[in-house]
Structures are given as C-alpha cells and as structure tokens.
Design a protein around this ligand. Sequence first.
Ligand code: PLP
Length: 725
Amino acid sequence: MIGIRWIDFDHIPDRLSGLIDLSYNLWSSWHPEAQMLFKNLNKQGWKESIHNPVLMLQQLPPEILQEGSENPEYTNQYDAVIAKFQRYMLAKNQWFTEYYPEHQRHKIAYFSAEYGLQHSLPFYAGGLGFLAGDHLKECSDLGVPVVAIGFMYSDGYLHQRIRSDGWQEDVEEKLDRDNAPIKRVLNKDGEQLILQVPFITPQIHFSIWRVDIGRIILYLIDTEIEQNPPHLRNISSRLYSSINEMRLLQEIVLGVGGTHLLHELGIQYSAIHLNEGHASFALVERFRQKVEAGLDPTEAWRQVKETSLFTTHTPVPAGHDKFPHWMLDKYFGQYYGALTMTRDEFLKAGSHQEDPPDMFNMAAFALRMSAYSNGVSVKHGEVARKMWHFLWPEEKLDDVPIGSITNGVHVPTWMNPRLIQLMNRYLSPICPDWLDHHDKDYVWALIDRIPDEKLWELHYNLKIKLINRILQFKRRDWMKYQADCANVVAGGALIDPNTLTIGFARRFSTYKRADLIFRDLDRIKKILNNPWKPVQIIFAGKAHPADDEGKRILQRIYQYAQQPEFGGRIAFIEDYGEQIAKYLVQGVDIWMNNPVPPLEASGTSGMKAAVNGVLNLSIGDGWWLEGYNKKNGWIFGDNQKNSGGDRDWEDAIELYDLLEKEIVPLYYDTNLDNVPHAWVQMMKETIKSNAPKFSARRMVKEYVHKYYIPAISCTECNNAFEPFH
Ligand SMILES: *Cc1c(COP(=O)(O)O)cnc(C)c1O
C-alpha cells in the first residue's frame, strides 16, 4: 500500500477541507479561479507564501480560516472551484479516452531530468524542463495516461544576483520540502518508502516524492536520506552536475532507479518516452526486468525497442552526455552479471563514431534501443537525421528513422488570464467552449471580433504590470541596500510604458548571442535614444554557474545598462525563472531571439510570447521557421551562413535595418485614438497563426497519434509482461 504522509492540517475547518487536496494539486496553478480562491482567503498570506498554497495554508492562523468558512461569499466561490476541480479529476470523457478507448489502461512512462511546473518547485534549468512540465499538464487535460519520473532537487534553485560590476553570483536556496506541493510516498507501515537501485554497486538508496499535476502523477527520486553515505546523498541535490562521474551517478539513479521504482510501486506501463538522453539507462533496466521475468533476451531487446520513444532536444554534440567505459564498469560491475548480455554488447550499444572507442554515449544508446525517435522542430528533425545518419549507414539520409514533432506550450499556463477573459467576452457568444478547442484554427480566427482598442488597452495594462514588478524590486533595493544609482537604473528604474519594448530572456549560452544587438554601439544608441521614437530592451537570464564565457556576456550587457549614454533604456532583471518569464512574455511588445542557426532546436519562449500577442523578431531557426508567415512578426539573418565574426556583424546590421525601417515606425504609427492599428493587426495575426499551431495540445496529440499509439500497440510486448500487484 502506498500512503501519503500528511502534514498537520488540523486547523483547516471541515467546511474548507477541500483546500488541502487542491493545494497539493498543480491543477490550481493553471486555473485562475483556483488561484483567486487562495488569494481571496488571505491576500497577504498568499503574497507572503509567494503563491505557494501549501505553505500558505500551513501558515494561516485558524481565525482567518474560520472566518472564510463562515463567509457565504467565500464558501460559494469555494464550492464552485472545488466542484470544477472534482469534475476535472473524475471526468470520464476526455480526448484520449474518446479517441482511443481501447488504450485507456496502457500507460506511458515519461522520463525527464527536469520539470518546469511552478515556481515553488525548483526542478528545472530551462527550456527542456518547461517543455516536460507543459507536456504533463497537457496530458492531464487530454486524459493521456502518462506516469512521470524525475528528480527531487533539493538545491534546485540557484538564485541569481548581479554584483555592481555586473558579475553573476549564484545564491543557493534549499527547498523546504514539507512546505512545497509535494508528498512523501510511504510504505505499508506508514514509513517513508526506501528503495535501492538494483544491482548497482555501491548500493544507492532513494526515497520518493509525488507531485500531482491534474490527473498525472510525477514521482521524484530523492537520494538525500540517511541510508546513503554522505558522498552519495547529493546525487539528487542539484541539476546537471558538472562533475562527469556525479552526472553518471545521476543518470544511473534516474534511469535504473526510476524504472525500478515503477516496478516496486506496481505501476504497469506499456511504453517509455525518454525526454532527452539523461534517462537512457531506463531501457536497459526494462530489458533486465523482462529477462528476469523469463523472456528470451533477443525477444526482450526487441520488445523494449518496439515500445520506446526517444526525443532529442539539441544539435549541440556537447549536449549529449558520454562516459568512459571504466567509469561504467565501476558501478555496473555486478549489473552486467544480471543482464544476460555481455559487458561488451551493452557498451557497444553506446558507441559513437566521433567519440573515442571507450566512450558510452547516452543519446547513441537511446537511439539504438528505441524504435521511435524524434527531434523537436521540422528543421531540427533534418539536422538530427544528418547528425545520426551513421547509425543507419544503409539508409538514405531522408530515410533515417528520426522524425520530428515541433514543441508547443501549455496555453492555459502561459496565456495571461485577462487575455483569456477578453477572448471569452468576444468569442464565447459564438464558440462557448473555445478554450477546449484551442488547437483549432477556427477558434482563433474569431479573434478579429475583438476591437483593436480593447486588445491594445489590455496589452498596455500587462506592460504596466511588468514595469510595476520591476520598479517594486528596484525600490526595495534602493531602500534596503541603498543600491547605487547606476544599479537602480540598470535594474530598470527608467523603463517607460510608452516606449517600444523589446524582451530578450534566455539562458546565457554563447550560441544564443545575447549581445548581438550591441555589435555596433553607435547605431544601437541611436535607435534606443531616438527622441520621438525611442526603444528599450529588457534582458533576463542566467548563465550556468560553470559557464564563465556566458557570465562575461551577461556582464557586458549589464555594464551597458549602467552607462548613462544608453539613457536607462536597457534593463536587466535578475533571477529569471517561471514568474519573471510570465511577466515578460505577456508584457513586452517584441520578443527577440538571435541564436546561431541551426543550434536552436526549437525554442519555446517565443511561442509563449506569441500566444500573448507579443511579436517575434527572430533569426530563422527552430520553431520560427514554421511560425513565421510574413504577417506575424519578423525574420532576419541568413541561416545558410557559417558562424563567426562576419556572420554576427551581418546579422546585427539586418536587425538594425529592420528596427529602423519597419518595426519602430510601425509601432509609433498611431491614429487619433492613440492605437497603432497596423501593429494590433499583427498582434492578432500572431495569436491566430501561432497559438493553435504551437500549443502543447497540438503537440501532445501528435505524440499520441504518431508514437504513443504505435508503441503501446505492440500487444505481445505487453502480454508477455505480467501485471504486478
Ligand atoms: C520557456 C522558458 C524557457 C525556454 O525558453 P527558450 O526559448 O527555449 O530559450 C527557459 N526558461 C524559462 C523560465 C521559461 O519559461
């Protein structure tokens, strides 16, 4: 029996007891009415808990809860939200069950090293995590039977502080596990369940936490327990260790341990989806389990392959982990014995033509062991087929079996609730359940019914909201630390809501070229400081703690932001994360993106901007090659060129030309009513053309039709695998 240890909620009155379940389910994070339910209980408590309902409920004094339970206005709201939540959780007629009733019981085990779900859960580094989080939320909305595995990173948050010389400092913050929306998984005696990674030496133990994401359960592995010696406890402390051996340990625990966890919890599943190669060892553990259950090794290998999907997310070779054989031997020594496959056979399955012969490449292994694999945009699919052609030397390039499914974003998470409300007002009379069909073009075509000035007014308000957030933090720094003026300005104190605002926020990896727009300082100064048509840029993003080159780029930008000659029109917001991302993608006018092609496999922040009517100004790479339609934003840079000094220069010139000749004039071309109608037309066009196409709904449906159904349809693969329990 699996139990959940409840924290003390005795002070919650029975009348409001539904708040407990609701607070532990992230469903509330993408339903504004549920957020309001917590906020209306106590505004200050909601704010102080930084919108973490579990923490808030634990901290609220009983009187406030009692008061809420006796206030009819509040209890009415409560009843409505709880009823909606219960309807959602118990719904029988979801998309998946209607489309594939015969597959309701066939679960897909989804593995990812990171998940971006909500800001109180620091289990992400960037795009890969948000993609995984959005995928799970959408699977819940559509009723796709997924069970997910990941890590409980207790030191997941490295907060970013910028020193006054612009250097990034990484400030650690430990997660308070018992105050987060996660629950311990217990054994039948009510103790925390402790498992061991099978056959791996030395012994590694782990405990498990669960996160409820609507109807989907995500299990998180935690090695920070006393059963482990100190040097093994921190395997799950932090994302992506830069020490290779620690990284190997993480990937062993995620893949082998995660697969074992499903077995021990009695969770039956019919297919595996690997979100990137960090969990590739899941495939070998599944193979081992099948052989242990009595299957012939050749057949077991075939079955694992037929039921596995591998999604690759990066064309950067350094993005694929590899480990020397001696290192694997160190931990897999005993495991090889249990494999019924020789050590050499196993290791050979991880070879890569460009690696030394004694290296094990996680992506190569996953590709060899999965019948299904895909890249994350049309372009990335092409690049991946070229990159991995050597694995299928007998095939023509176009026949390399790596497909593509372009990424998408979870619309209810990223679209501003007030924009959803505005849409409701104008769309509902014609299409009342438009939000349920948000992957359909016809829904969004109705957006033309919204008058330009209404959309513009809302957009302006969201911009003010972003700016208020910036000012609030800078005012605090000013009062609390007497921050010097240059830093208050660099933090955005002179940002102005009536100025064309460009947003640029992403990890500071070198290939993303965050400083491209500063290639010609005189020219950019002129653009920013145009007295009649000024422009401002808001930057945000973290460099990886070990990436000094990334930190130097960030420092350069920060120093420009401090210089008086830029007029306070460059701002850098510290500590980019889920919350700042929302303010930015909903509140700026333009979302800029200028990586070196073809290194951006897809990108997703531009999609989040697009669903909010923020126009993309991007290099032709990743998703934008599919998203751009000449009417919904701008494309620049020639993606055939080689990288290097010249290419940066040429791309920068194109960017300046576009800004000066097209973008700035268009933005400031307003009527007497002060509305830039042509601009608003483009906003509508960008929502119309991009929201359905780059929704996680479209993406998940594609995964289901193209890969999940074929993988779970391998009936003999499932019959041969006895149900547990
Ligand atoms: C969406 C998102 C990302 C990924 O954005 P890219 O466009 O892929 O760089 C990274 N961080 C946060 C906080 C996000 O919300």
